[in-house]
Design a protein around this ligand. Structure first.
Ligand code: GCV
Length: 648
């Protein structure tokens, strides 16, 4: 048998009963020729049992991109107001059946929590992926584009979880990628965007803000310069001539060496609005990232605080951003650490479209070697009460548009895929890929519901084995946190790669990422006596974070410099907590690896072996973290472990 080039992840229709597809799809109100309806019908034929007839009905009472499923006898009706709703309804039907639900009793109604549900690829045109842990890009190689069977399967997978926008190239736009908006690539980008369009997905590109210089030969990219504006007008007109249906641009400006408006003494709003005004004519949007900070900080400087930067740069212009600009904000103020507070910009902006950015590529969370199911973390972010005084005050409320009544907002994930045959390197990391899409579509789903759906569709396990795997996933984030950096301090990773421990790796660097440990204590004082970061929150949260007695302990070292002898709520000292949590983290990782062994007979052999190999590496990593962190703090503090365990 020919080896599969890549798996179908949760869309493995080989498991579908009958596997021949239905013959009877009745369509009322939609054109069967509509490209998205055609895709939906195709999926239904492949993915649903032969015995089932499906009717597709237009029903304008259903919300945009939403659907209703109603089952009776041997027939299911999908009602939707638009073609995307039909497609999502078709996938919902397939999902329900593969999760063991009975067609006859099916009654489900859903509409998306977020208008925009996006994947951000950090794929480079040479085929590499910035922070990619599952092979190379399936979009690019050798400075050219790849369009093949996998492209369509990727679009199907994304549509099946409700994704409606995809940025295909890295936000660090350099070299050939700058030319994606030129004749050199238009035909291929168009071909790709047509495939996406069949699945209700808009294609977006990351943009090089210096394009007027690099492509246009101008000597400036000042957003208020008439010649620059005129260059962009022509360019964007050309883009839409060649790529009708193009979604818009994602922009990383003035960050980590990328060009931007600051060079010309202009604000981020000046840059974003200039592009937005031009693209508006074509219905496009500008998604502008708020990851702007000083990356050439002197570690001696204790006043500058990278955590403050996003709010300090973007809050003053709240209300100045035009209505087709969305500010894209990372979930935490630093950078996708295993534990950070929620960015105070989320909901701190009250007159600006905003979008939450999370990272399912496991840059700081184990490189898709270590198991780390991230949906519980995302749920915490979405459920965070900003206490802004609005009735709808959670992050989920703000980014969905519910608080401000705005139409543009949503969630974006830095994606964890590559051209590995299983897409995500670690087969279990696909739970994050699946989970992000499902959560962005329905933020009320629980992490457990999502995990169980994913397991059922991917492996089809009986209840006993499903429980084992669900439990592994649900505990994995906490376990990873235990053996890595304690109580929200972050970093301590190997510089550059960001995998494995290097406690002082970033301590004397320019990146603004310090733990400030000395022989008495550890942590960064971000209270009103320190950098003042805690004051960027609305009062209730500001008061809580400002006081070490009130601060949630999992974030204690993010906000305060704390003595090793400080008593935590458990009655343990801080240093004892560090020792205990690291020993526990390693032991619990052993527990994960043992639990996985119990699934040997129910998981396909190749997947079982791949994941087993990863657990071996995770154990090595956890051991290294445990021993380095414990030894480091033992040597700094000179305080013995109460349980006299081996510390080096
Ligand atoms: C794409 C972090 C990563 C960079 C990434 C950057 C960003 O700094 O380490 O690789 O660049 O975030 O989000 O822009």
């Amino acid at each position: 048998m020919e080896q599969e080039k890549y798996t179908q992840l949760w869309l493995n229709y080989k498991n579908a009963e009958g596997n021949g597809g239905i013959q009877d799809v009745e369509i009322r109100g939609f054109s069967p020729e509509n490209r998205v309806i055609k895709s939906a019908v195709c999926e239904l034929k492949d993915g649903v049992s032969k015995k089932l007839a499906v009717a597709i009905t237009q029903d304008i009472t259903v919300l945009r991109e939403g659907y209703c499923l109603e089952g009776s006898n041997d027939r299911v009706e999908i009602k939707a107001s638009d073609e995307k709703g039909v497609l999502y309804g078709a996938f919902a039907l397939i999902r329900a059946l593969s999760c063991g639900r009975n067609a006859e009793t099916l009654s489900e109604k859903a509409s998306p929590s977020n208008p925009l549900r996006m994947m951000n690829h950090w794929d480079n045109m040479d085929g590499s992926i910035e922070r990619g842990y599952s092979g190379n890009s399936f979009f690019f190689a050798n400075d050219d584009m790849i369009i093949d069977d996998r492209t369509r399967d990727y679009a199907r997978l994304m549509a099946s979880i409700g994704i409606n926008g995809i940025v295909i190239n890295n936000v660090n736009v350099k070299g050939t990628a700058t030319y994606l908006i030129t004749d050199r690539f238009f035909d291929k980008v168009k071909e790709l965007s047509d495939i996406f369009a069949d699945y209700g997905i808009s294609l977006y590109l990351s943009l090089n803000f210096a394009s007027p210089i690099e492509l246009g030969g101008l000597d400036s990219c000042d957003p208020l310069d008439e010649s620059v504006i005129s260059w962009w007008k022509d360019k964007i007109k050309e883009v839409y001539n060649r790529l009708p249906g193009f979604g818009g641009f994602l922009v990383k400006a003035d960050s980590e060496g990328r060009p931007g408006p600051f060079t010309y003494g202009r604000t981020q709003a000046d840059g974003a609005n200039m592009l937005a005004d031009i693209i508006k004519t074509y219905g496009g949007i500008i998604i502008w990232r708020c990851f702007v900070y000083n990356c050439t900080q002197d570690w001696r400087d204790r006043k500058t605080d990278r955590a403050r930067a996003g709010y300090d740069y973007f809050k003053p212009q709240d209300g100045y951003y035009h209505d087709n600009v969305i500010l894209q904000i990372k979930n935490g103020p630093m950078d996708f650490q295993i534990r950070e507070p929620i960015s105070p910009l989320l909901g701190g902006l009250t007159r600006t479209n905003q979008m939450l950015e999370v990272q399912i590529a496991q840059e700081y969370t184990g490189h898709q070697i270590d198991l780390c199911y991230l949906i519980p973390l995302f749920k915490e972010v979405l459920g965070f009460h900003t206490y802004s005084g609005e009735e709808k005050d959670t992050v989920a409320d703000y980014v969905s548009g519910r608080t401000m009544g705005n139409a543009l907002g949503g969630m974006a994930a830095v994606i964890n895929t590559g051209n590995d045959m299983n897409w995500t390197g670690n087969d279990l990391a696909a739970a994050n890929l699946y989970g992000f899409g499902r959560l962005a579509y329905d933020t009320d789903l629980t992490a457990e519901q999502i995990a169980r759906e994913w397991i059922a569709q991917t492996f089809g396990l009986d209840r006993e084995h499903e429980d084992i795997l669900a439990d592994m996933l649900l505990r994995s984030r906490e376990i990873y946190e235990k053996y890595t950096c304690p109580l929200g301090i972050g970093w301590m990773v190997y510089p550059g790669t960001h995998y494995g421990p290097s406690i002082d790796g970033y301590e004397y660097s320019r990146w603004g990422t310090y733990h400030r440990a000395d022989h008495l204590g550890i942590g960064v004082d971000r209270s009103d006596k320190g950098t003042g970061y805690a004051q960027q929150y609305y009062e209730k949260n500001a008061v809580m974070y400002n006081d070490p007695e009130k601060c949630p302990e999992e974030l204690l070292l993010f906000f305060h410099h704390i003595p090793y002898t400080w008593k935590l709520k458990t009655g343990k000292s801080l240093i004892q907590h560090i020792y205990d949590s690291h020993f526990e983290g390693y032991e619990e990782t052993e527990g994960l690896a043992d639990a996985w062994k119990k699934l040997k007979d129910v998981i396909p052999e190749d997947a079982f072996e791949r994941v087993s190999e990863r657990f071996k590496l995770q154990l090595e990593n956890a051991r290294e973290w445990r021993d380095q962190v414990n030894s480091y703090f033992y040597r700094k503090s000179g305080i013995e472990d109460e349980k006299s365990r081996m510390i080096y």
